[in-house]
Write a protein that binds this ligand. Structure first.
Ligand code: PEP
Ligand code: MG
Length: 325
């Protein structure tokens, strides 16, 4: 394992047929960057900024946010750093922010919904992100999207922030990308249309699984039902990837499924452009990609998408992995 890590560290994940795939890391704070670099990731596909918000007894200021983002962006440059706007609510709360008691917080006032109601929170974060974009390659990502309207509203707020910074003479990347997470079936099955509105996608399988199956991702009692290999979830993932490419944008995955090396061949066959995962999973996923040929993986996808149960899916995948990986 150690040997493998050393061999692969500075290599890009290129499959046997020459397809280049991004192998990125997920982080929760600037100090996680060391692990990402040590494991040879060539980008960050998810920086969960809510921990920055949870660590304080008040909202972090624009400058405090800027410093955190800049530190990550500078140490990763020239590689991309995908920074997700505050994804609070659901299972994550802020001690200093009164969130109303809700019967179903996972279906409630959370993440982008809060940000689009309290636009000052989002604008402060956008300004900090834009300022950080002057120091490397920043991609801004919105969580928990369900509609095109949300994308447009966020885009307008981002443009307002750009205008303000221009007026103030503050530098930022004029071409900074705005993307969204694919975490709801509403986006997955309409991905082609969302692709016209945003610059990139990243599939959040943790929530996409929860919302496709109506199975609480944190409920132990039904954890057996929480299954990303359920053919319904796989159909949502495939629809998202196909829609992204029909719409001409790239799509990565930053949910736990991306780091599941049993799923690499299937996801590669579906055409996923980048895998973003915990740093420790990077070498194994990279190795898998390097052992794969696109035609074989596409064949696997064709067979798997015709299967009726996740048991059949897994049997087919395991057979394939044994032969090719
Ligand atoms: C996801 O939902 O897959 C995801 C990556 O976001 P989080 O786990 O932070 O909800
Ligand atoms: Mg999520």
């Amino acid at each position: 394992e150690k040997e493998l890590l050393k061999q692969l560290k500075d290599k890009e994940a290129v499959s046997k047929d020459g397809t280049v795939v991004g192998t990125w890391g997920n982080i929760g704070s600037p100090k996680d960057v060391t692990g990402v670099l040590k494991n040879g990731a060539n980008g960050i596909g998810l920086y969960r900024t809510e921990f920055l918000f949870m660590a304080k007894d008040r909202f972090p200021s624009e400058d405090e946010q800027f410093e955190a983002y800049k530190a990550v962006v500078e140490s990763m440059a020239p590689h991309p750093v995908t920074i997700r706007t505050m994804d609070i609510g659901g299972d994550k709360s802020l001690p200093y922010m009164e969130l109303p008691h809700e019967e179903n917080p996972f279906l409630g006032w959370r993440a982008l919904r809060i940000c689009l109601d309290r636009t000052e929170i989002l604008k402060t974060q956008f300004r900090a992100l834009l300022r950080a974009s002057a120091f490397g390659y920043v991609k801004i990502m919105l969580p928990m999207v369900i509609s095109i309207e949300e994308c447009r509203k966020a885009r307008i707020l981002l443009e307002e922030c750009k205008e303000e910074l221009r007026d103030e003479g503050v530098k930022f990347d004029e071409n900074v990308q705005l993307g969204i997470m694919v975490e709801t079936p509403a986006v997955a099955f309409r991905a082609k249309y969302f692709a016209k509105e945003v610059d990139f996608f990243s599939i959040g399988t943790n929530d996409l699984t929860q919302y496709t199956l109506a199975v609480d991702r944190g409920n132990e009692r039904i954890s057996k039902l929480y299954d990303t290999y359920n053919p319904g979830v796989l159909a949502a993932i495939k629809a998202a990837i196909d829609g992204a490419h029909q719409g001409g944008i790239s799509i990565s995955m930053c949910g736990e499924f991306a780091g599941d090396d049993r799923a690499t061949a299937l996801l590669f066959g579906m055409g996923l452009d980048a895998f973003s995962m915990s740093a420790i999973s990077v070498p194994r996923v990279k190795k898998n990609i390097m052992n794969l040929d696109k035609v074989d993986a596409v064949g696997l996808v064709d067979r798997v998408m015709e299967m009726a149960t996740s048991e059949e899916v897994l049997a087919e995948i395991d057979k394939f992995n044994k032969e090719y990986l």
